[in-house]
Design a protein around this ligand. Structure first.
Ligand code: 13P
Ligand code: SF4
Length: 362
């Protein structure tokens, strides 16, 4: 299996000196991060990489990390699905998850003997906070027999109540798998828009499962995806007017959107996909200009990696949770072994099956 390993970011054996760390960061980030800041960040990155080696830790960085962090300390970068696969397989003693809590929890469930650290105790997610295990119980009562698919952006107790998990990279494949098994109603939580967009892609009706009269709505349908009403605070901001305005201003740009965006946004863009699909599309495309309707640090990270491509940049769509993960706190995480992700053995064992199923389906 090939993961996107950060060959530009070396471990301490390869890094050698602070100067080399700084030179490598400058080569990558010139034009993205101001010179003086690279100097400051390189000192932190050097110390993090030194400690990472000393403590036999691996650092995983989600695609939404800020560019100086993304391009300096992670051993692996990627989307939720790739990072889950790596966490399941790593032999390091410590996993430092530069992402948000539900991702670090997933790493703990998949590799429970490891110490899993998240550098901030404020790295939540509006989707994960938008549903509880009790809500899943309520949906099961309303729609008996319908399997529950939880987007990976949920906390471990919700996963423990689910039959399958999925990410933005394989949600459609998981639902298709369940339909092929003969299910006609599938509960897909918690992201309203991801569920609506998946239903549209699979040409299946969508039912608003959070409403009491949804039971009658579903009963009238032969086949349906039953959703929940949680939304991503970042992707919910984009509107169809935004897309049309960008089209007018940048007629030759390719527009890409994350499936957590509103359906009317998805209808107007050129490509929809999770963060991995967007990164790969820009990397392989022969076009010269792109705009991503997603968290704004990702365009900076792609720009740093593809200096020949122009990314139309946003700065007001930063995920407030991802933004709490800094180089400063990543260093503290390794120095103080904080913040440890702790889950009960019962939750770990119940959340494992839906996550294993998620990793099996592509
Ligand atoms: P990906 O699974 O596409 O990496 O996205 C995670 C996320 O939190 C999107 O907002
Ligand atoms: Fe959650 Fe949205 Fe932030 Fe992703 S961008 S972590 S879905 S709040």
């Amino acid at each position: 299996m090939v993961f996107s390993r950060m060959t530009t970011v070396a471990t301490i054996q390869e890094a050698g000196t602070l100067q080399e760390t700084e030179d490598r960061m400058r080569a990558k980030l010139a034009g993205i991060v101001p010179e003086f800041e690279i100097g400051l960040k390189a000192e932190l990155a050097f110390e993090i990489n030194r400690l990472k080696h000393e403590r036999n830790a691996v650092i995983l960085g989600h695609n939404y990390m800020e560019p100086a962090l993304y391009h300096s300390v992670p051993d692996y970068v990627g989307d939720s699905l790739e990072l889950s696969r790596i966490s399941a397989q790593t032999e390091a003693d410590i996993i430092v998850f530069c992402g948000v809590l539900f991702m670090a929890e997933t790493a703990k469930v998949l590799n429970p003997d490891k110490t899993v650290l998240i550098p901030s105790d404020k790295a939540g997610c509006s989707l994960a906070e938008g549903i509880t295990a009790r809500d899943v119980g309520l949906l099961r009562e309303r729609f008996p027999g319908a399997p529950v698919v939880s987007y990976v952006n949920t906390y471990a107790d919700v996963k423990a109540e689910s039959d399958y998990c999925c990410t933005s990279g394989n949600g459609d494949a998981v639902i298709r798998h369940l339909l092929n098994e003969g299910h006609t109603k599938v509960i897909f939580v918690p992201d309203e828009f991801l569920a609506r967009n998946t239903a549209r892609e699979l040409a299946i009706p969508f039912v608003e499962g959070w409403k009491p009269d949804s039971v009658e709505d579903a009963a009238r349908l032969e086949c349906a995806i039953i959703g929940w009403g949680a939304r991503c605070v970042v992707h919910d901001l984009f509107t169809a007017d935004d897309v049309m305005a960008v089209r007018k201003q940048f007629p030759s740009a390719i527009l890409l959107a994350h499936p957590e965006c509103r359906p009317e946004v998805i209808e107007l863009v050129d490509l929809t996909g999770g963060t991995k699909k967007m990164v790969e599309f820009v990397r392989q495309s022969k076009a010269g200009q792109f705009m991503l309707f997603t968290e704004c640090s990702m365009a900076d990270n792609i720009a740093a990696e593809n200096p020949d491509k122009e990314m139309i940049r946003l700065c007001s769509h930063r995920c407030p949770y991802m933004a709490t993960i800094t180089l400063e706190d990543t260093l503290k995480a390794l120095q103080n072994i904080q913040y440890k992700v702790e889950l009960s053995p019962e939750i770990i064992s119940r959340a494992r099956l839906p996550l294993d199923r998620m990793l099996e389906i592509r």
